[in-house]
Design a binder for this molecule. Sequence first.
Ligand code: UDP
Length: 236
Amino acid sequence: MKRFFERLFKGTKEAFVEILKDHLLNEKRMFLITANPEAFMLGKSDPEMEKMLLDEEVTMAADAIGLVKGGKIVGIHLPERIPGVELAQSLLAYGHEYHKSIFLLGAKQEVIDALCAVIREKYPNLTICGAVNGYVGDKDAVFEDMKKVEPDIVLVALGMPAQEKLIYKHFRDFRKGIFVGVGGSFDVLSGMKQRAPEFFIKHNLEWFYRIASEPSRFKRFYNGNVKFLFALRKER
Ligand code: UDP
């Protein structure tokens, strides 16, 4: 898995936000994976995921503390985690500041409606050029519509790896746009769900809070993280 680690952005969150800003201002295309241990574990067994994680055209940031810790095992220093939800928030803020456009795909209809209301109120200069819930049948057709409107920001919230696979299939057909798979971020950005309290975030325990409040996440956590650390040790 070391080769996946090598592809991660190795600077701070602040430095990464500057890169996002530069891409947005200069209309450079980017597909960003906000990676976690589950993604790297999938990369070991799923050839499509493996290809994506190794693709030079794909940008990767470490969303999870498990990757920061795992980096230590394989000798790759990552200064901090770069939470995807915060990057999504920065994109909304810069999108507003620079009068850009956004396309939203994913989550339930009520969540996406609430998120659009938040954007109209808090980020009025950010134009919503599409907002489609994540339960429509033909998501490739949504991307075909998206190609016609050329958004500056595309957030896809379908969960990993569906969101990444969908973006990977289409993003080269766009001239510009920052494409990010944002998982459960719409639930948070729309105000429908709370992020972990500050204490948990500050002490890198957001993962613990998420499992404690949604125990159904435990199996995924175990498979992605506990097995991940064992696999890394074995590789070393
Ligand atoms: N989702 C969706 N369509 C689906 C399955 C899931 O739009 O077919 C949405 C779901 O409503 C949620 C998000 O995808 O908003 C996944 O969130 P989760 O917290 O599981 O993702 P994570 O951040 O853990 O990858």
